[in-house]
Design a protein around this ligand. Structure first.
Ligand code: UDP
Ligand code: MG
Length: 320
């Protein structure tokens, strides 16, 4: 067993060599102010640059630095999950490696935790240095998510948060593959509170969340917490066949009781395109769910670790 510490800081990194040294420095400054024991768990999510080497150098002379080195890129949400599996702290803090989440806020989080809150999440009141599209799409996503689920998932909140050991242990019991960690934290419950902050610009390097990954994360969020998109097919079906039937009655009336000649093909083609479009859309939505069911049935492990520095997997419930 690795000795227990007060705080475990989880830092996922994917090609972050340009920022990781500064992140390390800032975290050290902040955590030395807390004057309690801590560990910095860096997860190297298959970086192709020197991120892992840099951390290994630090680990050689700083025993608070630990490294989980993945065999390839498994994705941000999985990297966080691995960090939670290995963390031994009484409180676990997740923070991005790019300093968009200011480490200084950790002290405030710790303050709230000591007041008795079990989850302290950081809510962004402002995001600087991000494109209009990113801000707009993120805001849209959080609102769609809120509208489609019954669990309260706070809007405009990323994974930057503190969790009590109890929360972390419960999270470890959730084995799902397509993970949306911030939703799962809401799902497990406990006493939660927010602190507000302004999200800075990335210190260096570029975002590791291109549009494709943002869409994947959004779909993971919505499909893991809601069946509503599936029900949409039923509602639309009732609406469309209902109005189709009424229209049919009208056509029969025209044919039987008036002299109107019934001209058809533009309307037929239009209706066909629209209806086939709906059907394909619904098949696509079904596909999103079925693909995820398939992922779960395969029962593959969430991640594969090449090597660990200064860490052992913690006792207690493990993901599959
Ligand atoms: N990240 C990761 N694996 C990935 C993609 C991202 O570990 O496949 C890490 C990345 O190094 C960073 C955090 O996840 O520490 C958030 O990523 P990023 O800052 O690129 O996302 P953004 O802030 O632009 O949404
Ligand atoms: Mg970032």
């Amino acid at each position: 067993m690795t000795p227990k510490v007060n705080y475990s800081i989880i830092i996922p990194m994917y090609n972050e060599e340009a920022v990781i040294q500064e992140t390390y420095r800032r975290l050290k400054v902040v955590m030395s102010e807390a004057s309690e024991t801590y560990e910095l768990i860096f997860i190297n999510d298959g970086s192709r640059d020197r991120s892992a080497e840099i951390i290994k150098e630090y680990a050689a002379w700083d025993e608070t630095v630990k490294l989980i080195d993945f065999s390839r890129n498994f994705g941000h949400q999985i990297a966080i999950t691995a960090g939670m599996d290995y963390a031994s702290g009484d409180a676990v803090i997740i923070i991005d490696a790019d300093l968009q989440d200011p480490p200084e806020l950790i002290l405030q989080m710790i303050g709230k935790w000591k007041e008795g809150y079990e989850v302290v999440y950081a809510k962004r009141v402002k995001r600087s240095g991000e494109t209009f599209f990113k801000k707009w799409s993120a805001s849209l996503f959080y609102r769609v998510l809120r509208a489609s689920t019954d669990i309260h998932i706070p809007v405009d909140t990323g994974d930057f948060r503190l969790m009590d050991r109890k929360v972390c242990d419960e999270m470890k019991k959730l084995p799902e593959n397509n993970r949306f960690v911030r939703g799962l934290v809401s799902w497990v419950g406990f006493r939660q509170t927010a602190i507000e902050y302004e999200r800075d610009e990335r210190l260096a390097g570029e975002t590791k969340y291109p549009l494709k990954r943002m869409i994947k994360l959004s779909l993971d969020g919505i499909t893991s917490f809601s069946y509503k998109p599936l029900k949409l097919a039923g509602y639309l079906g009732v609406l469309l066949s209902g109005s189709g039937f009424l229209y049919l009655l009208y056509v029969v009336y025209l044919a039987l009781f008036t002299d109107a000649t019934l001209k058809g093909w533009p309307s037929v083609v239009g209706i066909m395109l629209i209806f086939n479009g709906f059907v394909l859309l619904m098949l696509g939505i079904l596909g999103e769910y079925i693909g995820r069911i398939y992922d779960e049935t395969k029962g593959r492990p969430l991640y594969i670790v090449r090597e660990c520095h200064g860490l052992q997997k913690q006792e207690g419930p493990m993901p599959k």
